[in-house]
Design a binder for this molecule. Sequence first.
Ligand code: F6P
Length: 342
Amino acid sequence: MKIGILTGGGDCPGLNAVIRAVVRKAAHYNYEVIGIKDGWKGLVELNAMPLNVQVVSGILSRGGTILGTSRTNPFKSPDTADQAVQNIKKLGLDVVIAVGGDDTLGVAAKLFKQGIKTIGVPKTIDNDLSGTDFTFGFDTAVSIVTEALDRLHTTTEAHHRTMVVEVMGRHAGWIATYGGLAGGADMILIPEMPFDVEDVCNVVKKRAHEGRGFSIIVVAEGAVPKGIEGYIAKDAKKDAFGHVVLGGIGEFLAKAIEKKTDVETRHVVLGHLQRGGSPTAYDRILACRYGVRAVELIHAGKFGRMAALQGNKIVDIPLEEGVKQTKTVDMEIYKVAEVFFG
Ligand code: F6P
């Protein structure tokens, strides 16, 4: 059995832990593993490297991905889709493990429909994939946001300011909700619920009135004020999957708050800090479990499946189910966070 593995989309802590787990479990069965470079791009351009136990030694704790990543969509044109399929054959791959979010796994699901054996491993710091309770990378991102909020609390309080903290989360506010709850945010704004700038200002004013002269507002990059169509984005440029580069809601909101409340307001964009560095122990373990399960699925001849976490068990679900819709924030958790607003 010759397994190809690729990592696609935005990187996240734990990718290397998955690659290592796949190689180590594959070694148990004497399966060969080929690393495809830079996501689906490596299949379109035929760029791959052999992986073995020596190559993956020492990468468990390392962020990023030794394979590189990209947001390449081979189905953007029939030619590139054809090239990818031809190159799978050229490399002699029996199956491709795609480690990625909805875009990367969406390609794996499409290829499976065309008769190519694929397996998915759910990855995204955004935690917005269906069918799995958590994706690896999310816990690390939440820890980074939590630590940032702890640090921002002291400086914001010292200056009696309002701090708007923009975190990642394009379609879903999981990082904002979990990070904001853990870091004691005074309000959390998420893409699932268009917000009213007035409501945010009222929280800031109420806190000032009650003698708590500082506020921390967490806003997901994909959150939008009521009445605004679409997202606040850096520019109109789109990636191969049609997504714009988000960013700017933090600055927009900070300016609006300062203008309407007269409270000095700053903003911080945590950006790619949330995706870099070492995975937490939780993410390492989840990544190991996903990687091992991916190879077990191959050994069992179960293809077109995605490893998933349900409760405390690793299960497998059809790839299509994982990508069919965005998993939005669990309102039960948001309601807990809401208790601490204001
Ligand atoms: O998909 C994960 C993610 O981190 C999103 O939260 C964010 O919008 C996007 O990737 C940023 O991507 P890039 O690294 O291409 O700027």
